[in-house]
Ligand binder design. Structure first.
Ligand SMILES: [Ca+2]
Ligand SMILES: [Ca+2]
Length: 598
């Protein structure tokens, strides 16, 4: 997350956003009907939500086709309570409408955006996310066709004996609209890409080369991107007892520069070398602010999982690369096992950092992926033991959490334990029950009209993607569809069934963020297609963050009167900044939806 908005204001930057679809409801402007702008598959649960900004009597709705003929309804609405800016919400269930087509929903004089029903509404969605990852590449960047920090990464800092040593670590992805890079988010992103391809290869195409430039190379682009992540993670784990965790720090935020001419100064001159931080197992921070690191396992477990998955995936394509990954997976897992605890990101001048507090989830995933790769039983047994340490991702059911406190937001390890099985039906039942408890905890907070039960902390969209992913895993594991309403609502929310009527992925849907918090988008007027923005946050969070001020008039002002806010504004780094790990985190569940069946 960046704090560069402050600088933008200091520079007096102001712009007129490019043209957009009209986000405001038509007709009665006190009522907005929100829909999933990607659309609905014929057999899916289909629920639009009407949000009344002022008291209205809404009892029924109807649906018209492209010729304005009523094809559904009048049907009764289900009246729900207030939520955010809505004094009342109404659930408009049109699941029985299965015929493919493009429709509009009408109620109380308001009309929705077009509603598509078709088998293929999610086709290509997962693949389109990859465009944002390519744009975020460090090292050689295919969008700029130029170097990004290719020769400046990096100088080892905060090491007990080797600080000042140059270690070649160029590559990977910028974490968000700043240019910091983290092993933790990169490893999770890489894992999600590998899992998405492993389980849903049909969702991905081959239109780009390994370097990210256009042109097929015989390798699905999702694997090109995963390999880009793996190659950087290998550099970030150069020796058995040297685990690197972070490249650059928040001194990055001093300038609002394009990545190709980043002029941040880390003490080696403007645009000079960037610092690379190892995991030390101790609190870190070169200046007055410190994190609360206690060990290495949170980072080591994630690297082990990505390496082991990569070794399996690339075995047939590149055996040399796969063997190297397998060896590094074993080594980094052993390092994590020897140093339990968390390795958080390091703050510099700012108090913000990724405050990850859990590591058992990461070691669980590392262990079970090593079991899947090697069939060595000790890894499976270790995975089960780690799983029991954190059965439920602790944010689930909570009102709030620290920044990235429980990360990743869903535990892939439970699904992988179920999938590999280890010959144990009881283990499979245990991990399914772990998932159910988390889903129940979120669902029990989701009685509102939108059926959303997550805490609206920074990157709330990431939590929704994770909730939907966990619900998808659980349904596949058990055949139990008890949470499908909430699973569906989470994805619907991400694609427009939210108070603002905004699809949270740039370029997908009819109405999506046009002015994200991004230097590249702002200065080059480049659309960052595929980028998932952070998403709405509690008003109290927005109002207390440093350096936030909206640059343009808020076109969503009528919908920003409640307890959560979202702004399509370049100045809002809390709700409108595309995030690399959130984007990759969404890939799995979108890939799963691209198939014709759940
Ligand atoms: Ca390719
Ligand atoms: Ca963790």
């Amino acid at each position: 997350m960046t704090r560069a908005g402050l600088l933008l204001l200091a520079l007096g930057v102001s712009r007129h956003p490019p043209g957009r679809g009209d986000p405001a409801p038509q007709g009665d402007t006190a009522v907005a009907i929100r829909v999933n702008q990607l659309g609905y598959r014929p057999d899916a649960l289909k629920v639009a939500v009407a949000c009344a900004l002022a008291p209205r009597v809404i009892t029924s709705f109807r649906i018209v086709d492209e010729h304005n003929r009523t094809v559904f309804g009048p049907a009764a609405v289900s009246t729900r309570g207030p939520f955010g800016p809505c004094v009342a919400t109404y659930r408009l269930d049109f699941s029985p409408l299965r015929r493919a087509g493009v429709y509009r929903i009408m109620a109380a004089g308001a009309t929705s955006l077009p509603v598509r029903i078709a088998d293929d509404v999610y086709r290509g969605a997962a693949d389109s996310l990859l465009a944002y990852l390519r744009e975020q590449r460090s090292g050689y960047n295919p969008v700029f066709r130029d170097s990004v920090h290719q020769h400046s990464d990096g100088v080892l800092v905060d090491h007990p004996t080797r600080s000042g040593e140059f270690i070649p670590v160029s590559g990977g992805w910028a974490d968000a609209s700043d240019y910091l890079q983290y092993g933790t988010t990169t490893a999770h992103a890489t894992t999600m890409l590998l899992l998405a391809y492993r389980d849903h290869p049909e969702a991905f195409a081959d239109r780009f080369q390994a370097n990210g430039l256009p042109g097929a190379n015989g390798i699905p682009d999702v694997l090109d991107e995963a390999r880009w992540g793996l190659a950087w993670l290998l550099k970030m784990y150069p020796e058995d007892d040297l685990l690197l965790n972070q490249l650059a720090d928040d001194r990055d935020h001093t300038f609002w520069d394009l990545p190709v001419n980043d002029s941040a100064d880390y003490g080696w001159g403007r645009g000079g070398r960037r610092p690379v931080y190892p995991c030390t197992g101790k609190p870190q921070g070169l200046f007055e602010n410190k994190n609360r690191s206690t060990g290495l396992a949170s980072t080591a477990g994630k690297y082990a999982a990505a390496f082991a998955l990569g070794a399996g995936e690339f075995r047939a394509r590149d055996s040399v690369f796969a063997r190297r990954l397998a060896a590094r997976a074993r080594a980094v897992y052993a390092l994590g096992a020897a140093h339990p605890g968390v390795c958080q990101t390091a703050p510099a001048r700012s108090p913000y950092f990724y405050e990850e507090d859990d590591w058992a989830d990461d070691m669980e995933l590392g262990a079970v992926e090593l079991f899947a790769l090697t069939s060595e039983r000790t890894y499976f047994d270790a995975a089960l033991q780690y799983a029991a340490l954190e059965p439920v991702s602790p944010w689930m059911g909570q009102d709030t959490a620290r920044h990235y406190q429980w990360y990743p937001w869903h535990n892939n390890g439970h699904y992988e334990i179920w999938r590999t099985g280890g010959g144990s039906d009881s283990a499979r039942r245990v991990v399914a029950e772990y998932y159910r408890r988390g889903l129940e905890a979120v669902a029990s907070r989701a009685r509102n009209g939108f059926r959303i039960g997550i805490p609206f902390i920074w990157c709330s969209n990431n939590l929704l993607a994770s909730f939907a992913t966990q619900a998808t895993f659980y349904r596949r594991m058990t055949g139990d569809s008890s949470y499908i309403e909430y699973e569906t609502a989470a994805l619907d929310w991400l694609f427009g069934t939210n108070p603002w009527g905004v699809s949270m992925v740039i370029g997908l849907g009819d109405n999506y963020p046009r002015t994200p918090h991004s230097v590249v988008a702002d200065q080059l007027h480049l659309q960052l297609t595929g980028g998932l923005v952070g998403g709405p946050v509690y008003r109290s969070i927005f109002e207390h963050l440093r350096g936030i001020r909206l640059v343009d008039a808020d076109e969503y002002a009528p919908f920003n009167t409640g307890f959560i806010v979202y702004h399509d504004d370049v100045g809002d780094y809390s709700t409108n900044e595309p995030i690399m790990d959130g984007t990759a985190n969404l890939a799995y569940v979108l890939a799963a939806r691209s198939a014709s069946l759940p």
